[in-house]
Structure formats: structure tokens, C-alpha cells
Write a protein of this length. Sequence first.
Lengths: 113, 114
Amino acid sequence: EDKVVQSPLSLVVHEGDTVTLNCSYEVTNFRSLLWYKQEKKAPTFLFMLTSSGIEKKSGRLSSILDKKELFSILNITATQTGDSAIYLCAVEAEGGGADGLTFGKGTHLIIQP
Amino acid sequence: EPEVTQTPSHQVTQMGQEVILRCVPISNHLYFYWYRQILGQKVEFLVSFYNNEISEKSEIFDDQFSVERPDGSNFTLKIRSTKLEDSAMYFCASKRVLVPSPLHFGNGTRLTVT
């Protein structure tokens, strides 16, 4: 069975701190790894990673994938209270059809002012 | 920016009743999905749909569930006879092409079965 494990499950930091969120996976026929931010409702897309070692960056957020060690990290620098959310890691695997994503439990990040 | 829209945002129903959750995917997207998230738990894949048929379904998607694309824009999830354990947030999602392409989620329908 495919597995996606995120750590830590929750994290409380102060504004301005840098955080690193972890995601490890075990899937057959890996295709891509995705990071989403979930505030009150819909998961909103952050990054899609398919190749090892290539950092994806968007403002203060960045992410990288290691396909040999089967993990990814999401970094957030100079955190702000608006970064408080649940960060979801999901993995897509190849199969016969339009395969669904396997999600981790998420990291609940709280940024204190 | 185009988005996936879902209605209603909250539905309360009695056990045994049928519900239909509605979604309008992003207009040029070809692949459609339903996921659910029970309170405090993971987001779980239910079903994927492409070219007017189910591509893949999870073991959660049993005979009480069905999906339909009744016209060119709507994508629905029907639960025939709801159970208490069907209470969850149901997310519709779509993507433009199969790979590489991220899923875009709607805001969800919170289903409460009493």
C-alpha cells in the first residue's frame, strides 16, 4: 500500500522564524509529489516536484525532492501569521487510469505573532 | 483565475437519504476527481473520471456512490443511502492534462448525516 508520512504533525513558531516541513513516501511507480496549503477549506496548490535536486521557489516558500531517499522538504522563511495552515504533501503514482493522489496527514503550522 | 466551484457549501441530511453534491470543474480541464476528508483525518481519494467514464476508484467508493457528468460543465457525486460515517468534507478537483499537471480543488461541500 502506498504511504506518505509527514513530520512534524504540528509545529508552533514565532513570526520571522524559518520552518522546514518533511514528507517521506513509499509508492510504486512514483510520478510526482505535490505540496498543498489548506486553510479553512480547499487545498491550494503550492508546488509539483518530479525531478530530484531541482528546487522550486515561490516567494518565501521553496521545496525540493530527493527521489533516491524518497522524501521532500518544504521550507518557509521569514514566516508570517498568514502562513498558519495545514500543509499537505501528496504523491501521484503511475497506473492504468487517471490515478488519484495519496495524501499525508499534514503538518499543522501555527505562526505566533 | 478560474476555479473549481462546488455547491452546496454545507448539506445536512438524514441517514438513509440520497444526496447529490455538485461541482463545476475548470472549463478546459479533462480529468475530474472526488476526494473526501473526514474531520481530523487525511484527504482520501474516492474516484477519478475521464472521457465520460470512471478511470479509477478507491475501495471507499462502493455501490452507494456514483458519479455523473450530465452536461458539458457539471460533475456530480451521488450518495444513494447516506450513513452516519459518510459525514465529511467532499472535495471536487480537476486537472487539465494527466501529466504533469497539478490538481485544483474546489472549496468543498461539508456533508453532515444525522
